[in-house]
Design a protein around this ligand. Sequence first.
Ligand code: SF4
Ligand code: SF4
Length: 398
Amino acid sequence: MQYRDFTKDGKKVSLLGFGCMRFKSKNGSVDKELAFEQMYYAYENGVNYYDTAYIYHGGKSEVLLGEFIKKYDIRDKVFIADKLPGYLINKAEQIEEIYNTQLKRLDTTYIDYYLMHMLDSLEAWEKLKNLGILEFIETKKTLGEIKNIGFSFHGVEEEFIKILEDYPWDFCQIQYNYLDEHNQAGTVGLKRAYELGIGVVIMEPLRGGSLAAKAPDKVKEIFENYRKRRSPAFWGLRWVMNHKEVSVVLSGMNDLNHIKENIKAATLTTPNNMKPRELEIIEQVKQVYKSLMKVPCTGCNYCMPCPFGVAIPYVFSDYNNKYFFGKSLVTRIMYMARAVGFGVEKPSGANLCKWCGKCVPHCPQHIDIPVKLAEAHKELSNPVIMKALKIGKKFFKK
Ligand code: SF4
Ligand code: SF4
C-alpha cells in the first residue's frame, strides 16, 4: 500500500480509502458480518482511511463503522472521514446537533477528516457561513474534536475554485476519472488544490462502477488487447492514481475480489507510472465513450447562469451518462431529484427552461441548448417518480 502526502499534519493515509456507502444487504439490512470481514481484510492490507456520511445507509453506515473500529480496537490506527449534510441544515443549532449525533453513532470523541458534504455551490457555502459554520469549525479544531476540515464537491469548476480559495481548507474531495477530466472540478480543480497545498481525495474513480463492470463491450475489447490481463476497474483506478496530485482514492467496496484488485492498483501505481502505450489505450477508450455521447457538452459552464435556474451542464452530463451506461435508473433518479430540488438547494431541471435563448450564443460547442434540454428531460424524467420525490422533499424539510 502507498501512503502519499495528504494534509499538513503529515499523517500517513493510505492511497486506497474504504468508501462505506455500498455495503451488501442481507434480510433487508446491511450484512454486518460480511462488511466487517471485508473492512478488516482491507485494514490488514494497509487501508487506514474509512469514509462515511450522515446519510449513508440511512445513518447505519456511521454506526457500522463505529462498531467495526471498536470490535478490532483500532481507533488509533485508522482515520475516520465523515460529512456534515449542509443541505439538510436550516438553523444554526442543527450543525452541533448533527455533529453530536455523528460522534454518538461512530462511538468516538473526534473525527479525523470532517467534510461539508456536497458543497456544490458558493451559495451553499455562503448559507453555511451565515449559519455560523466558521465558528463551529474553529471551536472543534481547537478542542481537537475535528482534526482536518474539508468539503466534497460535485458542482462546476468555477464554483469549486471559488470555494477552494475562500477558506484555508485542509483537504477536499472531488469526482475524478478518465471521463471527467473536464467535468465538475476536473483536472483544473485538481491542480489548483495541489498548488494551494490542499490534499485531494478522489471519489467516483470508476463513476460508481460504470467504468468497471458496466463498461461497453467495445471498451472491454480495447483493454483486453493489452499485453497484460487487467480489468476495466484496475485500468480506471490506475489512471487516477497515476496523478501525483491525488492523495486518497475512495472505492465503495463490497466484494473481496474487487478489494484485492484495488489494493493491488494502490500498491503498484506510483505517480506518473503509466507508460505511453497505456495512456494511448485510455485515449482509445475515451474515444469510444465520445462516440456514444448524446450532447458534446464539456461542462465548461460558459452558458451559465440560466436566469430560470436550469443547471445546463448537469442535465447534459446525466443525458450522456444514460447512453454511456445503458438505461441507468440511478442516473435518471439523480436527474429527477435535482429537477425537483430534492437534496439540493433548489430545483434545476431542464423542465425550467423558458426557451429565452440567452445561453445559446455562449456555447463554444454550438449546442442548441433548449432543444437538447427538452430532449434530455423527456428521456430522463418520469412523472410518477418526480411526484414521489416532491413528496419526499417536503418530508425531509420538516
Ligand atoms: S434557453 Fe433555457 S436554459 Fe437557456 S438561458 Fe434560457 S431558460 Fe435558461
Ligand atoms: S456552454 Fe455548452 S459546452 Fe459549455 S457547459 Fe454549456 S452547454 Fe456545455
